[in-house]
Design a protein around this ligand. Structure first.
Ligand code: SF4
Length: 378
């Protein structure tokens, strides 16, 4: 059996955050959510034949806010998954969650349905920063959700934080991180805020006090050290974990393994083909095929993609793994990384090369050079 990851997109939230460009909309009615769950279950069941040779290693409920679904709806989805797929023992089943959604009862029900990981969005512990982002919860609301999840038996919890947000200072970001440490998170994700065109935050950005580029870089570097000294090792550009708690689902993306995405705006890389759905919820609910992108990448494209994804990891690009996947050692890629080693942005590892924390800050620049080079060469 071949390993597979399954991503399910749940596009509903309590309200829309001001920076959000994800496919999510305020949950207008119970009927709408119910109709979506029924359509998603039909979609899952429809994969039975295609996925006969696969076994699920990970299931990821993303969004949106999957914890807006009821225990019954989650049970319907998990039941359909189990009827459709072979599910590996110990399969990682994760859900994204927002503070003040869910309850101890819901989390207990989720545990008994097989969920074993929750990712809870804090973003900041500072009220002013939360308001600027349009987040409707407080740090206390986050704490309550976190504690309820722990009481329900979740032993693998992630907290999401952001840096580079309005009103944030090095000190306030350090405080947010400090407040998380006593909670002993198994995992922490930290993303720099990106201003997405078309969002309310983008429109009012010039009126808000954002930290400068240098200050944001300092926040990042401080975070890497601070988290490491508290047992959360960086393993990816934006992700930190205690030993044994890396996100198995997200590793599938970075290791370029196969995954199937279902629901609006979900993407897949399956059977050598990449495909993606539109955000058209109405069309999806009408039962239409909403696949809008489909392509079969060639070898060069795959090699480039693999290098970009592996270099996101702290362990970096490994010559042997590259050789096993592509049948050559990829030395042109490694040669192009050499000049960055002497500048301290990349370091040699036992079997390859990886970014240093300082290198992660300019990884897009470095990688665009390397990938361009390879594309030109062939
Ligand atoms: S909770 Fe997440 S998905 Fe929902 S609106 Fe806010 S940022 Fe977007």
């Amino acid at each position: 059996m071949k390993p597979l990851g399954l991503y399910l997109h749940i596009p509903f939230c309590r309200s829309k955050c001001l920076y959000c460009d994800f496919c999510s909309l305020p949950a207008r009615s119970e009927e709408l959510i119910g109709a979506y769950v029924r359509r998603l279950c039909r979609d899952i069941a429809g994969q039975k034949e295609i996925c006969r040779e696969y076994t699920l290693q990970t299931v990821y409920f993303g969004g949106g806010t999957p914890t807006l679904l009821s225990a019954k709806q989650l049970e319907e989805i998990m039941g359909t998954i189990r009827k459709t797929f072979s599910v590996e023992a110990g399969c990682e089943v994760s859900a994204e969650c927002n503070p003040a959604t869910g309850s101890k009862e819901l989390f207990s029900a989720m545990r008994s349905l097989g969920f074993n990981r929750l990712s809870i969005g804090l973003q900041s512990a500072c009220p002013e920063e939360l308001r600027a982002l349009g987040r409707t919860h407080t740090f206390e609301g986050f704490l309550q959700t976190w504690n309820q999840a722990r009481q329900a038996g979740f032993e693998n919890l992630n907290a999401d934080v952001m840096f580079g947000i309005p009103y944030q200072t090095q000190e306030s970001f350090a405080q947010t991180l400090k407040k998380l440490i006593p909670l002993a998170p198994e995992h922490l994700s930290a993303y720099a805020l990106t201003l997405e065109e078309g969002t309310p935050l983008f429109r009012r950005a010039d009126k808000l006090p954002f930290p400068g580029e240098e200050e944001t870089a300092e926040m990042y570097l401080h975070m890497v050290d601070f988290l490491a000294s508290n047992g959360l090792e960086q393993y990816e550009i934006s992700n930190f974990a205690r030993r044994g708690y890396q996100s198995r689902h997200n590793r599938k993306y970075w290791d370029m393994e196969e995954y199937l995405g279902l629901g609006v705006a979900a993407h897949s890389d399956f059977g050598g083909v990449r495909f993606g759905n539109s955000r058209d919820l109405e069309a999806y609910l009408r039962g239409e095929d909403i696949c809008i992108e489909k392509n079969t990448p060639g070898v060069t494209e795959r090699e480039n993609e693999y290098v970009m994804l592996q270099m996101r990891l702290s362990e970096g690009l490994k010559q042997q793994a590259f050789q096993e996947r592509f049948g050559h050692d990829g030395k042109a890629f490694f040669a192009k990384l050499e000049p960055w080693i002497s500048k301290g942005y990349v370091h040699r590892t036992a079997g390859g090369a990886a970014f240093t924390p300082k290198g992660f800050l300019i990884s897009n620049t470095v990688l665009s050079e390397i990938v361009e080079f390879e594309t030109e060469k062939r």
